[in-house]
Design a protein around this ligand. Sequence first.
Ligand SMILES: [Zn+2]
Length: 309
Amino acid sequence: MSKHWQPGTGCPLCGDVAFAVRSRIAFDRIWEWYGEEWGVTFSPQLRASLTPAEVTELRRCEGCGLDYFSPAIAGGGAFHDELIAANASAYVEDKWDFEQVLSRVSPGERLLDIGAGNGAFLAKAARRGIVGEGLELNHVGAGMARQRGATIHMETIEAFAPTRPASFDVVCSFQVLEHLKEPRPFLAAAWAALKPGGRLYLTVPNRDRPAEDLTSFEHPPHHLTRWSAGQLPALAEMLEAASSRVEIEPPSLHQILLAMRRRRPGSVPVKILSRILTARPLAWLWTGALTRRMGLCGHSLLVEIVKPA
Ligand SMILES: [Zn+2]
């Protein structure tokens, strides 16, 4: 980890204090937007505790290219409880990230899932003979995961790692980094829990996906940073990794259709397009070619970071 980095100063990833302002938004507008999109009204006390100023800036770090909001406060437990109570934040049973990681893990390997949610990934892993345990701070998620038979610790990775140093073949964390105010202590702790030669898998939303996918959730206090594929090698370098590899999720059919309609409104009826695009085995051929031509990408980015043996 670089020596000049101090908590709370400059870029949360590389510590560089130089940045360009991408946009500004009032916190009042963000709170309204949550209401419009998800029908959730947060309590006045919660809003006040998570509103550090009138306006927040989206800054792009001139060192590593990470986009981060400043000022911003991470949502935390009470915020997520209110989201879950309003049904605005649902756990997903399956996603691209899960299969990508599982295809790289062998039965018998020991795995830790940081931010295990309702245990969907751990259950999927267990069905393939992979011994996993999870960390989850939300009591609703932790309860659901335990009901499915998962071993869940209600601890942060910073508290957990010192009790289990160099213990896991695989540490993974799906869509967690973008919620953190200080990703570096989190990353250092995740790294410490890995055995020598172990692999760290991290996924984040890809900020280069189509703009209409960006919602109120991509703002504080929900997401505090926005990532593109460019920052992921910097993570590996920071951890002094043996090697790393980045995967970009391909776009969904829905994203392709939206993009086509936007570019050539009224050209080919969406119904016919949809029928052509989903006709297997043609589907993958079409989506691959269209993705390359239109420069589209799906929701997520994945990085595999290997610890020196
Ligand atoms: Zn940076």
